[in-house]
Structure formats: structure tokens, C-alpha cells
Design a binder for this molecule. Sequence first.
Ligand SMILES: [Zn+2]
Ligand SMILES: [Zn+2]
Length: 279
Amino acid sequence: MKTGVFFHSEFALRDWPIIGNKYRNFPRVMERVLSLEGVALFESKPVPEELLLKVHTEDYLKDVKKAWYCKGAALAVGGCVEASEKIAKGEITNALVFAVAAGHHAEPSSAWGGTYLSCAGPAVAHLRDILGNKRFAIIDTDSHHGNGTRAVFRNDLNVLHVCFCDDDTVEGNGTKIDVDVGYRTSDQAYLEKVQEEFIERVRRFSPFMIFHNFGHDTCEGDYGDRGLTPYFFLRLAEEVRRCAEEVCEGRYLIITHGGYLMEVAEYIFPAIVEILAQP
Ligand SMILES: [Zn+2]
Ligand SMILES: [Zn+2]
């Protein structure tokens, strides 16, 4: 199996913080691509609490558990953990994991911006339990700074985190990077920055797997609008997929992030499954 798609019917049922109900027609809108050879749909399962405790504090988790969105968040993180394990074991090569209420704004003991549990944190912790201390790369192309992902991995020099947002900084011996993409940019200019600031670095870093915090809030008309067209997201996925094939045997895990435009979600995610499944 080449590509795993991780989804749960719960994601289609609710109006989630920040991203709204953009998944209400999923997984139906992916029907055609889900029947392609090499593609399989998996139902996301809730993440085990012991994995959350490797990243979040007990008190913070107590608060999250009281919130209505907790079930969705736990399913999103569980999808990431299972997808990363299947990739590590070679059962699939890459994956598209749908996430709600979880992602890059969740720090160990606080969160904002509609994401209340870390996705990459528990996945990396779990992979280290099975594989030992491997290196991982995370590219963050949501419109906003990935403060949570950064906080979780701040002192971890075996995690390269390249975040495309509003700052130009290099910290952590060159493993924690922010790239200012500008308030208005173009598809081409953004992709060139991905080449220079992520792909060049990831070649030198040589990670075991690439995680992608994949927001589409940067699209024209969305709440993090930077002037990108819907087609940009296909080119981006293609670019990073090719990079993963070059540096880490194709091991590539996309986690959906921000963006509330349903028509953009319905256009890009089926097409991204097709890109991931290409032989
Ligand atoms: Zn965002
Ligand atoms: Zn950033």
C-alpha cells in the first residue's frame, strides 16, 4: 500500500473551532481517489492518553478533556500516531491525516487558534519508542507561526522545524527556522522559499521522516490570506513528496491544519491523495 488516508466520520459532523465545517462532505468528495490502486482509507482511532502525557502536562489535559472538541482532537492525534507507525513499519509510504481541534498551536500546557492537542509531538514520541532516537523534519506551511510545534521540540536538536510565517530567524543550531514569506506573495515566490529554506536544509539534515503541517489558510480569500491560489497547494505537496523520495525513501506524513474555505479543501485534498499515490 502506498498511501493511507486517515479520517473519522466525527470530523464531518461538527463546526470545529476556526476551521468550521469544511469537512462536511468528506470522505465522499474523495470517493474516486480512495478507489485508486495503492490508496486505503483508515478510520482514525483516539490517541492513547499515555502518548499525550509525553507532550502535555496532566493539568492541561484535564482541561482539554472537559471541552466538546476533545473527542475530535484525540481522533486527529490518534490518526497521526497510527499513520506514522504504519509509515515507519513500511505498511504505507505516505499519508494524509485529517485533523480537527489539534495541531501546531498546542504547546505542552497551553494552546490557542483552534488546535488544543499536539499532533507531531505524540507521533514523534511514539516513533522513538519503536525506532530509537531518529531524526525528523517538520515543515509548517500554515499561515500562522507554529508556536506549539516549536515549543514541543524547542530543545530537541534531532527535530528540524522549518516554519513559514512572519519572521526570519535561525535558532537551535540551525534546527529551528522561521521564514518570513511576506503578507502578499505568489505561488512561485513561496515555492522558491520552500526550496531554499526547507528542501536544502532537509537534504543536509537527512531525517527518517517528513511531517507537514499543511494549512490552506494562506489561500486567497481565507482568514490567513497571503495571495496564494488553490493550485499552489498541489504544487507544494508534489514538491515535498519529491523531496521525501530523495531524502527518506518517500516517508511523508501530511497533517491538515488551518483554512476554512470548503471549496478549497474539497479541491485540494482529493488531488493531494492522487499526488501521494503516484508510483
Ligand atoms: Zn493558521
Ligand atoms: Zn514560524
